[in-house]
Design a protein around this ligand. Sequence first.
Ligand SMILES: C[S@@+](CC[C@H](N)C(=O)[O-])C[C@H]1O[C@@H](n2cnc3c(N)ncnc32)[C@H](O)[C@@H]1O
Length: 458
Amino acid sequence: MKQTARTVAFQTLKRVYEDDAYTNVTLQHALSTSQLAPRDKGLCTELVYGTVRRQLTLDVLLEPHVKRRLQALDVAVLTLLRMSVYQLAYLTRVPAYAVIDEAVNLAKVVARRASGFVNGVLRSYLRDQLTLDERLYRWQTKTHPDECQNLSIRHSYPGWMVQRLLSTYGSARTEAILAAGNEPLPLTLRVNPLRMNPADAAAALEAVIGQDAVEPGQLSPQALRTKAAVDVEKLPLYSSGALTLQDEGAMLIAPLLQAKPGMRILDMCAAPGGKTTHIAELQQDQGEIDAYDVYLQKVRNIQAACQRLGLQSVSARLGDAREIAAEDQLYDAVLVDAPCSGLGVMRRRPDLRYRRKEADIASLVQLQQELLLTACKVVRPGGVVVYATCTLLPEENQQVVQYVLQQLQGKVTLDDIKHELPPMLHTEIDKGLLLTPERFGTDGFYMARLRKQQEVTS
Ligand SMILES: C[S@@+](CC[C@H](N)C(=O)[O-])C[C@H]1O[C@@H](n2cnc3c(N)ncnc32)[C@H](O)[C@@H]1O
């Protein structure tokens, strides 16, 4: 089969559906072993991410044109239909006849006996001549969904997730958050100040990807945003350790530790090392950072990141961070970048919305509380603990902080971080900073800083 953006996308999607494989990992592997040109890699990524993200909507769009239950279709056929309807409904720049021709040709190779069926379904879809909104309106008038079901199908998220967001953020903001989770991922980079300053890095990047293709970030002085598609990991600038791929919102977290050269810092949940390496850069690589993760492969990822960036001050360690004991020497600052439900990073991990189950939340909250309590134990009096997540649920964010403050009865207090953050974020601060993804084009994050009180000696 000749390799094109669509064939690689189809094979990736089929693996995702058949083996329940992770979309981002499967796609990354498929692209790195393909011979596709950068432009085709872009289209392939769009087809895979879009089809997975919009799956619940796509199935509703398909249903009127398929007489059988969709789940009863062969995986290859269902994959082709979803991928094709994604293009017809969302990628209006692609001509419909090209979508159908390519789907039928692909069907002849991967599901020969079903090529007529694929052709028939897609032609029936086109005959309707309705816009996406009109199709969804038709579904609505037929099924009379409540607000939650309606948003769930329109934006393709499970109902429980929508319900939890609705009860926290209300209708309009929830809809904006859901829509933001379906947007393409912007490419943001953190410049390593030990290697380069941001202006030089921007100029060096523009020399490769084109004039005016790079702009400074809005929220972090170390951030660059690129407007052109580029395989950053293949650039010498990247392999030489001048750049790290990181969301701009994530770049706000490490600075809250106020790391200075010589400080001893603990990063409790560190892999793949995005924030550990940021802390090391801010400390000019002069200090001691213990970076824990509970999975061996992930610990290796931290080591690899430090090696690429030329950082010496990090010790990557394998272990459950809840078991770290208060040694003689306590830490000056601790980061708890806790495992969480990930509702803030939906555009980054398109299948997370279907993998995450509502029942996970209670055990995540317990883990988050235990990690934060341990952090407060192993930080020195006067030292700080930064608690961060990439989710939007108050029970994993403000309520975890509240729980720990109550448990520790005044031994730990909440810091005011307002004046350390850009003024445009001040409205987002309330018991920590809550960055929702529809506001500034970042992923969604929560971050708060606690301070251990000095022991009173008489
Ligand atoms: C949100 S991610 C951390 C992201 C990382 N800080 C970064 O910026 O690249 C949470 C990490 O916590 C790890 N983790 C989960 N439970 C843990 C535990 N009990 N102790 C240490 N790490 C844990 C997970 O393996 C995962 O890599």
